[in-house]
Write a protein that binds this ligand. Sequence first.
Ligand code: FES
Length: 165
Amino acid sequence: MTQKKLTRRAFMNKLWIGLGAVAFAETVALVVTFFKPRTPRNAPLEQDTVIIAGAVDSFEPGSVTAFVRGKFYLSRLDNGGFLALSRTCTHLGCTVPWVEDESRFVCPCHSSAFDLNGDVLAPPAPRAMDLFEVSISNGQVSVDTGKRIKRTAFEPGQAVYPGRA
Ligand code: FES
C-alpha cells in the first residue's frame, strides 16, 4: 500500500515536471517569436509605398483629395502647389477627416483643427500634420508614403509645384 502510494506520488512528480517543461518550452518559443524580426517577405517593397495620385490638372487649386491606400490627403494649395498630408492626428493619432463645409481638417477625438496646409488651427495638436514626399513627373503626381516628414508648422518650401525641379 505504501509502495503504491509512493509510486503514484512519483508518477505525479514526473507528470508535473513534464508539464512544467512543456510550459517552459512554449514560453521560450513565444518570447523568441515576439523578438524575432519580421521576415523581408512581410516588409513592403519600396515601390509599394509610391502611389500615383493622378494628373496634375485633375486636382483643382484649393482642393483636398483623400487616398485610402496610403492613408493620406493630397492637398492642392490655392497657388497650385501640392502637399501630401498624413491623415494621422499629431495629438494622439486619431484619423483626421477633411470637413468640406468648414474647409478644414477636424479631429473627432479632441477637436484639433488643421488648415489646407496641415497647419494647426486649434489645439491640442502640438504641430502640423506630417507630410509624405510628393514628386511630379510627366504631369503625374506621385506620393511616397514610405517617407514621412515631421514638421512643426507649414513653410512655403514644403509644397511641390508642377514644372519646378
Ligand atoms: Fe486628434 Fe487628440 S487625437 S485631437
